[in-house]
Design a protein around this ligand. Structure first.
Ligand SMILES: CC(C)(COP(=O)(O)OP(=O)(O)OC[C@H]1O[C@@H](n2cnc3c(N)ncnc32)[C@H](O)[C@@H]1OP(=O)(O)O)[C@@H](O)C(=O)NCCC(=O)NCCS
Length: 182
């Protein structure tokens, strides 16, 4: 499944393309963006990220989007559903935005739009998100969309500053909150 263009009030999602690599590369070079991301993403260039994620899409493992400002074309971030199981009808969500776009509610709207797509078009029953302890902005985004905290995986990731807990969030079909941005 490739995904389609989805319009919100402030941002649009459009299917990730190979040509997004340069814009995403610029974002991934910002250590403030990558510090809470999984180790594989912290090590990747934009080109490697796009190649890996598009390969996952070809294999039917997920649906990746880039986030663009309404009416724009240039990617300011990405949001994707991955680890998709058609059998258990669940998937994980991951997202990041360039720093100059933070704090405007855009990530919240992008996550909300992607979850709506997941429930509607992928027929998901459940969407999961994993957040490193201390990533309060991300946690806040999830809670605004309707995700509930479901557990703490202790010391599940090792960063330069030591072992960090990971918080697990879940959103079930019917729990997605339509906020002021949708
Ligand atoms: C997480 C991220 C996508 C959020 O983007 P954003 O543009 O700030 O998100 P929004 O503006 O939609 O919402 C952020 C909310 O968190 C709040 N927030 C921001 N920083 C915060 C902090 N340090 N502590 C508590 N709340 C915070 C904001 O006030 C806002 O809530 P509000 O609308 O009630 O005021 C962005 O910070 C990012 O790309 N971070 C790096 C990558 C990342 O961590 N991705 C998620 C991995 S799980």
């Amino acid at each position: 499944m490739r995904g389609t263009r989805i319009q919100g009030r402030q941002v649009e999602l459009r299917p990730l393309a190979r040509s997004d690599a340069t814009a995403l590369d610029r974002i991934l070079r910002d250590g403030q963006v990558t510090r809470f991301l999984p180790p594989i993403v912290r090590r990747e260039t934009g080109t490697q990220f796009v190649a890996r994620v598009l390969d996952g899409r070809r294999r039917g493992q997920g649906v990746p989007f880039v986030i663009v400002p309404l009416g724009g074309e240039d990617a300011i971030g990405q949001v994707r559903l991955f680890h998709w199981s058609r059998e258990t009808r669940d998937a994980e969500i991951g997202y990041w935005l360039r720093r100059s776009a933070w704090g405007r509610g855009w990530a919240t709207e992008a996550v909300r739009l992607a979850c709506g797509f997941g429930f509607r078009s992928m027929r998901l029953h459940r969407i999961e998100a994993l957040v490193l302890d201390g990533n309060d902005a991300s946690r806040h985004v999830l809670e605004k969309v309707g995700f509930r905290a479901e557990g703490r995986c202790r010391q599940s990731e090792r960063l330069a500053r030591g072992w960090v807990d990971e918080l697990r969030f879940g959103l079930l079909r019917g729990e997605l909150r339509t906020g002021p941005q949708v």
